[in-house]
Design a protein. Structure first.
Length: 79
């Protein structure tokens, strides 16, 4: 069973979306953004813009090593 770290983030501007994608893209591992019943790859700008970014999104980080690397970097986006 795989550990999934979940954190709420706010990506309510285009710059925040671009910055988050730039942060998670070089890190190995899977990152998903969840909004209601929709799940998209957090490394996909187009996927993120298919979500309602006016409200907080849930970021799922699918392994512990990736979570340890990314958590300090996404601090400004946490809700």
């Amino acid at each position: 069973m795989q550990n999934v770290t979940k954190v709420m983030v706010r990506l309510d501007t285009i710059d925040k979306v671009k910055n988050l994608v730039a942060i998670v893209s070089p890190i190995d591992g899977d990152f998903d953004l969840v909004s209601d019943r929709y799940v998209v790859d957090a490394k996909s700008i187009m996927g993120i813009f298919s979500l309602d970014i006016s409200k907080p999104l849930e970021l799922h980080i699918h392994n512990v090593a990736s979570a340890e690397k990314v958590m300090p970097l996404i601090e400004p986006y946490k809700v």
